[in-house]
Design a protein around this ligand. Sequence first.
Ligand code: SF4
Length: 376
Amino acid sequence: MNSEKTPGLYIHIPFCLSKCPYCDFYSSTSVSFISRFLDALFKEMEMYCNRFDPFDTVYIGGGTPSLLNLQQLERILKRIRENFSLISNPEITIETNPADLNRSFLESMREIGINRINIGIQSFNQKMLDFLGRRHSVKHAISAIEDTRKTGFHNIGLDLIYGVPAQDIDLWLDTLKQAVAFSPEHISCYQLTLEAKTPLGRRFQAGDFLFPGEELQYEFFMKTSEFLEEAGYIHYEVSNFARGEEYASRHNQKYWDHSPFLGFGPSAHSFQGNQRWWNHRSVNQYVAVLNTGNFPVQETETLTMEQLRLEALYLGLRTRKGICIQDFKNRYHYDLFSEKKKILAKLEEEGFISFQDGHLYPTQTGLAVADSLSLI
Ligand code: SF4
């Protein structure tokens, strides 16, 4: 399965200068550990040498990859090219914090082959940034976007967060307006979620602030979609918008259509065929295991056809590309039309999905409730 799909390569940089109080991802603030981590990362790459390739995407995510200096980023890309083959025009993305960006760093990133920059803006409102505990300011955000454009990047993505306590729809629309004014090629809008074990989650449990309820969250979602579509963006996945098909993240689409991908670094996941495996979460453990000459894999799972089918349904209904009924039947040996006839007809009648040319598409309302749609 998937032999026709081109794989993607992911590198996880597990370091942040400070922890944002809402963040549930694993990252370490011990930046002095970066060089030991890189040595381990290069060992891991050698262990997978020539597996999967050629790759058509490289995604350097985190954490905060822009904490690395140019030489470190250059070494990563060099090691990738030494151990794997890339197609001639790969999409090479890096996630960045606006506070780390300046013209000379950006120019050098372009020179070493990075062609897509994702900037973690989150908000153009300083109060929201303060609430989210971000280390950058609105001023940093604006100059980072301007510098990235001036450097000649033609594929810029902005990450934004909505549903922040004390943020009303107008305040959020103001952030969207400011984002759109820069004409970024890509915008991701994530709903703030509160995880119980994070500092923000604990503050919420202690009654420090109110959190938007389901109705308001739904309104945020619908207004976002309407506003950005009117501004010319395609709402191609629940949280993602592109200023043209060609700007949809090539890499992230691999996660949504069961394409193979190989992930390096602590907590990175990989997928091929019906196998999924992931690395140890802690950077110390990741480095220690690699130093003993072993793969840093924490666990591997083999997915049954039933699990793959459910995942494909869940993921397919989160994208505007939807699900091709015939492809689904070929890959997962399941005829959605005949097996789910009644429920699909009901969802269509209620305006959550639509059928066209043998495809099943989520509507805008369907995207807003994509998690529940997958339960069909
Ligand atoms: S910068 Fe990103 S990864 Fe790091 S703590 Fe903040 S949200 Fe989490």
